[in-house]
Ligand binder design. Structure first.
Ligand code: ADP
Ligand code: ZN
Length: 287
């Protein structure tokens, strides 16, 4: 039996399942401080004989195995989680192999194995939620260099009518600062769910996301792009993305029809937890 943790900014999802990515049991635990959240995570897994645990985590995280702080959450503003030794804590408790990657890399892995990019050795999974992040599968491997990519913080051109200063604590008006859920809420004065009928909101959202997708397409040339996260529940954003991306690319690169190329996750909200199970499988194989 394999264990999986999808560690998010608002909640942790814990699950047990098998090597095929099937989930047998799951539980949600609110993300507060590590001293509260982690004991509940441990309690959940104590009920099951797990052989390995995979973690898909919010970041930034240290994924460099040669580093003395491998497995730590690093520079998050979330109280208590900065420099938290996540992998070591789980490993010390259960004494099983632990796989560790970003939540979006886990989701990319899940969608490539069992979802919208099934059978492909290349895809990009982007979440547009409380933050913006992306995970990439390239030639069958999760993309990693010095660390994991941070594609949500790229710079974009401003929409001519956008006066909003931006919300990223590091860069103000990077993509995340202009287009994540909290930026939408602050710019327009109310939550995204309450802005359904405001066409200009979603046109602007697509304007920013299309620019990001253009860069990702040009740099990574993914075989499929999957857009998840709370903001993408607004299906009207897709139309703006397709329109703006088509204009931006101007037929320079040949893509499949955009409606089949840029899609929703077919695992829905299970992409991350399923991918985390697959991270557990990988850790077990490596060990
Ligand atoms: P997290 O990023 O914490 O994992 P979500 O992906 O659900 O969680 O993202 C939460 C953000 O998405 C919030 O800013 C919220 O306002 C926004 N959001 C959630 N649902 C919707 C929706 N249906 N329409 C627009 N925005 C939404
Ligand atoms: Zn930023």
């Amino acid at each position: 039996m394999l264990g999986a943790i999808e560690a998010g900014g608002t909640k942790f999802v814990c699950a047990v399942g098998n090597e095929a990515g099937e989930i047998f049991a799951r539980e949600q635990i609110p993300t507060t401080i590590p001293q509260e959240t982690i004991p509940k995570v441990i309690e959940f897994f104590k009920q099951y004989p797990v052989n390995a645990i995979g973690i898909g985590s919010f970041g930034p995280i240290n994924v460099n195995r040669d580093s003395p702080t491998y497995g730590f959450i690093t520079s998050t503003p979330k109280p208590g989680w900065r420099d938290y030794p996540f992998v070591q804590t789980i490993k010390d408790t259960f004494e099983v192999p632990v796989g560790f990657n970003t939540d979006v890399n886990a989701a990319a892995l899940g969608e490539a194995a069992l979802g919208a990019a099934k059978g492909l050795d290349s895809c990009l999974y982007i979440t547009v939620g409380t933050g913006i992040g992306a995970g990439a599968l390239v030639q069958g491997q999760l993309l990693q260099g010095l660390s994991h990519p941070e594609m949500g913080h790229i710079l974009v051109r401003r929409h001519p009518e956008d006066q909003y200063q931006g919300k990223c604590p590091y860069h103000s008006d990077c993509l995340e600062g202009l287009a994540a859920g909290p930026a939408i809420e602050e710019r327009w004065g109310t939550k995204g769910v309450d802005l359904v009928d405001r066409k200009e909101v979603w046109e602007m959202e697509g304007y920013y996301l299309a620019q990001a997708l253009m860069q990702y397409v040009l740099i990574l040339s993914p075989k499929k792009i999957i857009l998840g996260g709370g903001v993408m529940h607004q299906k009207q954003v897709y139309d703006s993305i397709y329109k703006n991306l088509k204009e931006l690319l101007n037929d320079y690169v040949t893509l499949p029809g955009l409606e089949n190329y840029i899609v929703s996750p077919s695992l829905g909200d299970n992409a991350g937890i399923t991918g985390s199970l697959l991270l557990a499988r990988q850790a077990l194989i490596e060990a």
